[in-house]
Design a binder for this molecule. Structure first.
Ligand code: ZN
Length: 612
């Protein structure tokens, strides 16, 4: 293997004042990328003041468990230390000396057709490295101070949200974009921000001034809500030829093609940037309950995503409106109407408590049984209703001001001041903050009904506060030509490390559930057409019509058992599914002609999206 040019690009100093008397380990990480072998990268960790027995682990991300411990190769600890792999993500090291050097390689998985922006990759022009996909941490001292040195190919630079004075939780939360990077900086309220782009081609084919301008507007608008940043500096890491986005404490990785960035009226990319950026407050600084800074093994779950994700969804839309960037829906009322339609279309949103839906969000299908529900959607609508409640309860009519004096902005700011970079929030703490802002009993009723008891949201009552009426119809679902649609509201999936294709039921009252099928049942064929992949399943679904009887061959999953079935010698069941039509929600929200001036004031203020 040829050595890359020894380019020292990042050096992070040890945390000042770390008292050696406590014998806290100091970690010196080195990551080396060799341009002649881009199949992976090499990591060494020099541990000073090492405990006599300690463990190194590959951490689990609570949102995306990519299990990169699978790609650790050549693990080695310097003599006289001895080591053993005691679990899939855990290595035990025993030493008689204070200093130990551990080395290993991350051998990257084969490139996928669709690259997720948060996962490491390497190409001849750059890539993404670092964070918990690359670096192990000492289980016995997760806050150990550390510094990092990168050895990169000649001409490559690096960008990340790393702070010079860092600890392992921050190091493992900081992806590093490397390669032939384009970069721009700006300052808001004295805090530096950087935009970095890794293109697939040498020249940029989009308007970079517009990109900078739009991101600056997002940063300024979000800052206005909280009045302070939760970080010392922030880096937007934009990657061509990748998809998705993931928030970090002081950075974000975002897949952004030149096409995304050169289409000014496309709402997706800037709403996505606003969403992930808002997470630097709501999610990274204001932390939901149930997460620890670093852990290995199973993913950690939380009951708080209704707030972390739901309110972030609400603000992604609102920040785009406040900055004049394109939005998916032309008005806030249309946006709300679409959300409420989806609320009723997914059968679980009005049945399952937000905490339960939150716990099921980042894991494999199954925990919600035969219901479908979204913590993002539940939370965004809870946020909208809470906003109405606060605006109404704080309404004051004067010559200069005729509207709610407070809004959801005040709640977000209050929660940030109380919980930002401190202990995780709780639902009752958000209730207390709401009550302190609205000075009303309605806050307790709201949290009792919707968070603690999980009742369906009474939209009519909250829309009434703004002088709005809601009508909920359930017509037959039809195609664009007006023909009733067959009930194919099912999906298929495979569990991790399992090749069995399983059916997912999204409506417990649909024809598939009525036939006796349940989420998790293994499906092997429909009408004797074998099913091996999700594409096979989709192909068969497209052939079904109202009135058909689909013969589904299944292996029922425990504890469910199929209903009207015919047992076969092979151990599979044949379940006849009588394909029916189905109804779908049609939500209409209108201004009440009898609305009072107070209600009209409140509606106008809310629909403008202007900050309070
Ligand atoms: Zn999110």
């Amino acid at each position: 293997m040829s050595r890359p040019a020894a380019t020292l690009l990042l050096t992070f100093l040890l945390l000042a004042g770390s008292p050696a008397a406590f014998a806290q380990p100091d970690l010196y990480y080195t990551l080396t990328v060799d341009s002649s072998d881009l199949s992976g990268y090499d990591v060494t960790i020099r541990i000073e003041h090492a405990p006599r027995v300690f463990h190194l682990a590959m951490a689990t991300h609570h949102e995306y468990d990519d299990r990169f411990w699978r790609f650790v190769t050549g693990f080695h600890a310097s003599q006289p230390a001895t080591f053993s792999r005691t679990d899939s993500a855990l290595w035990s090291i025993t030493t008689t000396t204070e200093d130990v050097v551990v080395s290993y390689r991350i051998t990257l998985p084969p490139p996928a057709p669709l690259h997720f922006s948060h996962r490491p990759f390497l190409t001849s022009h750059g890539g993404l490295i670092g964070d918990l996909h690359s670096f192990m941490y000492i289980v016995e001292d997760i806050h150990a101070p550390c510094r990092l040195t990168l050895h990169l190919p000649p001409g490559w630079s690096s960008a990340s949200g790393l702070d010079p004075f860092t600890t392992t939780p921050h190091l493992l939360d900081a992806p590093i974009l490397i390669g032939y990077l384009h970069r721009w900086t700006f300052v808001v309220d004295g805090t530096p921000h950087e935009i970095v782009y890794l293109p697939s081609t040498p020249t940029l084919t989009f308007d970079t001034a517009t990109l900078q301008n739009n991101i600056q507007k997002i940063v300024r608008t979000a800052h206005t809500i909280f009045t302070a940043f939760p970080y010392k500096h922030y880096t937007f890491l934009l990657e061509d030829a990748s998809a998705g986005a993931l928030e970090h404490g002081a950075s974000v990785t975002i897949g952004a093609t030149p096409s995304d960035l050169s289409t000014p009226n496309r709402s997706g990319i800037y709403e996505e940037i606003a969403h992930e950026f808002f997470h630097s407050w709501n999610g990274m600084s204001i932390q939901p309950p149930g997460y620890t800074p670093l852990n290995y093994g199973p993913q950690q779950l939380t009951t708080g995503l209704w707030f972390t994700e739901g309110f972030t969804m609400l603000y992604a839309d609102l920040i785009a409106r406040r900055t004049g960037l394109p939005t998916e829906d032309s008005t806030r009322l249309l946006h709300l109407t679409r959300l409420i339609t989806r609320y009723y279309r997914d059968t679980g949103n009005s049945v399952l408590p937000p905490a339960k839906v939150s716990l099921a969000d980042y894991v494999q299908p199954g925990p919600l049984g035969d219901y479908s529900a979204s913590t993002h959607l539940q939370g965004e609508l809870l946020g909208a209703c809470l906003d109405f409640l606060i605006r109404d309860a704080t309404f004051v009519e004067t010559a200069a001001l005729a509207s709610g004096r407070r809004s959801l902005d005040d709640l977000m700011r209050n929660i940030f001041q109380k919980f930002g970079n401190k202990q995780p929030f709780t639902d009752s703490a958000i209730e207390s903050a709401t009550a302190a802002i609205c000075k009303c009993n309605a806050a307790h009723t709201f949290f009792l009904d919707y968070l603690y008891e999980g009742k369906p949201i009474d939209f009519a009552a909250y829309l009434h506060l703004l002088g709005l009426r809601i009508q909920h119809d359930q017509p037959l679902a039809r195609d664009p030509q007006g023909h009733p649609l067959p009930d194919t509201r099912v999906y298929s999936y495979m569990l991790r490390d399992d090749t069995s294709l399983r059916i997912g039921i999204s409506n417990p009252n649909g024809c598939w559930a009525k036939a006796g099928l349940h989420t998790g049942d293994i499906i092997t064929a429909i009408d004797n057409r074998p099913l091996h992949t999700r594409q096979d399943f989709q192909s068969v679904l497209r052939t079904l019509h109202i009135g058909d009887t689909a013969l589904v061959q299944t292996i029922p999953s425990s504890p469910h058992t199929a209903g009207t079935t015919t047992q076969k010698k092979t151990g599979t069941n044949t379940v006849p599914v009588h394909i029916s039509s189905y109804t779908t929600p049609l939500i209409t929200i209108t201004e009440d002609p009898a609305a009072t001036p107070r209600q009209k004031h409140l509606f106008r203020a809310w629909s403008s999206g202007a900050p309070r």
